[in-house]
Design a protein around this ligand. Structure first.
Ligand code: HEM
Ligand code: NAG
Length: 502
């Protein structure tokens, strides 16, 4: 689930802290373990054994240069596969597409999420996700894939557009806004409409989102993460919010069933989902699945649409190219936007993708090794990664490898365009913003669609300027986001269509 992403940074920072405080060994030892000559076992990856000194040094790099630089320093020094060991707990980093296949594709019996996501059980309930066995979880993942597959997405375009138009109609002729806050609001309205359905959007919006906020805030408190079942005030608030959401969704499901009403939203798809043995999802399962989807989609959508805006508004050439694309599409189809029009916005698509390359919602993914495996590095070394290790796929490295992404520090949406396609250079696992393989985000197409609906509307209808300086990344947030306000000034284009056609 998405929380891997979210928890990754605090998790790694916590590791560094703990190591700094407790480990007693004197100096950092970097030991590339050579192939053992007297048995046939494979060598293990080079290892950074953290002592106080090295932990302090890592921490120093982390604080002064940021999380990315800290990892990149190790990557440069040790190569694409290296282990950082803290207090006997080893995390092996697999950086770059050459060493990533098993991480993303390994069977659940070989590579698993481990217990990293146990804390989601009291959030989503014990009937879904990490509360259930792997077979059931796999089927529930299929429910998501079915509910969000392209054929099912067409029906969301009109309601999304409606929300977007209504929202921006409230803006004045000109003004200044905090883009991050505006997009967060708008995306909640869209989620309410397309994921949760009319009932919530029209009658229970505030109630649902305040309960959802209570649920997530209190679940992610350190005390709840460490002692999820202790009777503390936070866990009680969490459980009350969860109970409130359960009764709301149960009520909606019952009312739809009793009146034979069928909607087109994602909630309906989850209600209609069936396990292989023919059993329908229960009310508790539907509630858990829909809360989890809201959790997975909310923050990711807000940050990705905000970063896209901040990047576009800081790169005149890209902004003009994106506008030019909109003009071409308006010329061809008029003001109408439907599913196919959205698919034609390929440059805008690349702009979003490039924003996510530079600002992935998850800086690293973590997994647990359940069965030894061998990895062959680009340099030709073979290492064995033993069962029990935690493995990490560091997006902050993967997305910035210079032999794959030319000038990785430059925002350049054209890199994904025809002829270059840098995201394919290293095969399937070159670009990981939506994870990949077995646990790939089922909401990818939906997410692009939603951000395109918003940004095509903004480009067509407003002249926009980034007023504040380009936002820094707040790494201390659960899922990194633009720090502070993202102030944007807008001026309504008076006659969007005729002006665009000039
Ligand atoms: C730009 C926006 C988004 C990004 C970057 C993103 C990224 C991701 C990633 C990386 C994962 C996998 C995490 C892991 O490896 O465990 C994931 C999982 C998931 N995402 Fe997204 N996501 C986005 C938007 C959405 C949206 C809008 C939805 C729903 C409409 C969604 C639904 C899900 C669900 C349900 C899962 C968990 C799937 C499962 O394991 O069963 N995501 N997302
Ligand atoms: C897995 O690796 C560990 C450590 O290298 C080793 O002791 C163990 O024998 C290996 N297990 C198998 C099944 O190969």
């Amino acid at each position: 689930m998405d929380m891997v992403n979210s928890s990754a940074v605090p998790f790694s920072i916590a590791l560094v802290f703990i190591a700094a405080v407790i480990t007693k060994v004197a100096w950092a030892k970097i030991t590339a373990v050579p192939a053992s000559s007297f048995n046939n076992t494979q060598p293990h990856p080079p290892e950074v054994i953290t002592s106080i000194t090295s932990a302090v040094r890592l921490l120093h790099t982390l604080v002064t240069k940021g999380f990315t630089s800290m990892l990149q320093e190790q990557y440069t020094k040790l190569g694409s596969v290296f282990t950082i060991s803290f207090l006997g707990m080893k995390t092996t980093f697999l950086a770059g597409p050459e060493v990533s296949a098993h991480f993303y594709q390994g069977l659940e019996s070989e590579i698993s999420h481990g217990n990293i996501l146990e804390f989601t059980v009291p959030m989503f309930g014990k009937d879904v996700a990490f509360g259930v066995d792997i077979a059931t979880r796999t089927e529930q993942h299929r429910f998501y894939l079915d509910a969000l597959k392209p054929a099912k997405l067409r029906c969301h375009v009109a309601p999304m557009l409606h929300e977007v138009e209504k929202y921006f109609a409230k803006w004045g002729q000109h003004g200044t806004v905090d883009l991050k806050q505006e997009l967060e609001q708008l995306l909640m309205l869209i989620s309410a409409r397309c994921l949760l359905g009319k009932e919530v959007r029209e009658k229970m919006f505030d109630e649902v989102f305040s309960a959802f906020h209570e649920l997530t805030e209190n679940s992610l408190q350190l005390t709840s993460l460490l002692f999820p079942y202790a009777p503390t005030p936070t866990t009680r608030r969490r459980d009350r919010a969860s109970a409130r959401l359960s009764s709301i969704f149960a009520e909606i499901v019952r009312s739809r069933k009793s009146s034979n009403r069928v909607e087109e939203d994602v909630l309906q798809n989850l209600v209609d989902s069936k396990y292989k043995d023919g059993r329908h999802t229960t009310e508790a399962e539907v509630t858990g699945l829909i809360i989890a989807i809201l959790f997975a989609g909310k923050h990711t959508s807000t940050t990705s649409s905000t970063w896209t805006g901040a990047r576009l508004l800081s790169h005149t050439e890209c902004l003009e190219a994106a506008l030019e694309e909109q003009q071409q599409i308006v010329k061809k189809h008029g003001d109408n936007i439907d599913y196919d029009t959205l698919l034609e916005m390929s440059f805008l698509h690349c702009c979003i993708k490039e924003a996510l390359r530079m600002h992935p919602t998850a800086p690293i993914f973590l997994r647990k090794v359940r069965k030894n495996f061998t990895v062959r590095t680009r340099e030709g070394y073979e290492y064995e990664i033993p069962s029990g290790h935690t493995i990490a796929s560091p997006l902050v490295i993967n997305h910035n490898i210079p032999y794959i992404y030319k000038d990785p520090d430059v925002y350049d949406p054209h890199r994904f365009g025809h002829g270059r396609e840098e995201d394919r250079v290293g095969g399937k696992f070159t670009y990981n913003a939506f994870s990949g393989g077995r646990h790939a985000c089922p909401g990818e197409a939906y997410a692009y669609m939603q951000v395109k609906v918003i940004w095509s509307h903004l480009l067509r209808n407003f002249e926009l300027k980034l007023v504040s300086s380009f936002p820094e990344t707040n790494w201390l947030k659960l899922s990194p986001e633009p720090r502070g306000k993202v102030e944007v000034s807008y001026k309504r284009r008076m006659l969007p269509r005729s002006m665009l056609e000039n």
